[in-house]
Design a protein. Structure first.
Length: 127
């Protein structure tokens, strides 16, 4: 089980590598989670990224539903906000919901964001 950052959600829609990794590991029983705000962030930035690449607007929700990425609501991660913010101090504290979700579920984070390194949770990158 692993928690996905918004940048991984975006890559799952835009690229092949992340989508293939998710599909491969999902077939092996791995479950993928992301806080609701990660979905919101990805949905916010995806249209302009698609436009820059000259690609048609993707149905973001359908793409992620197909990949079976599970949304986590604030009820689960809000209790870990203070701890997550503390661990992200002097970094990008706006990423606290990702870290709080990882803390709440006791799972690793998959991200391309270096701010999560050294926060006390396992961090994976696509490479």
């Amino acid at each position: 089980m692993i928690v996905l950052d918004a940048n991984i959600l975006i890559r799952a829609v835009l690229g092949r590598r992340v989508r293939q990794l998710i599909e491969t590991y999902a077939r092996q029983g791995v479950r993928f989670f992301a806080p609701d705000v990660a979905f919101d962030d990805a949905e916010k930035y995806l249209p302009s990224l698609l436009k820059k690449r000259g690609k048609p607007h993707a149905d973001f929700s359908s793409s992620l539903e197909y990949l079976r990425i599970e949304a986590v609501t604030p009820e689960l991660y809000a209790a870990f906000e203070s701890e997550a913010r503390q661990r992200l101090r002097r970094r990008d504290e706006s990423d606290w919901p990702i870290l709080a979700t990882a803390l709440g579920l006791a799972y690793a984070v998959w991200t391309e964001d270096a701010d999560f390194f050294g926060t006390g949770v396992a961090v994976w990158t696509t490479n």
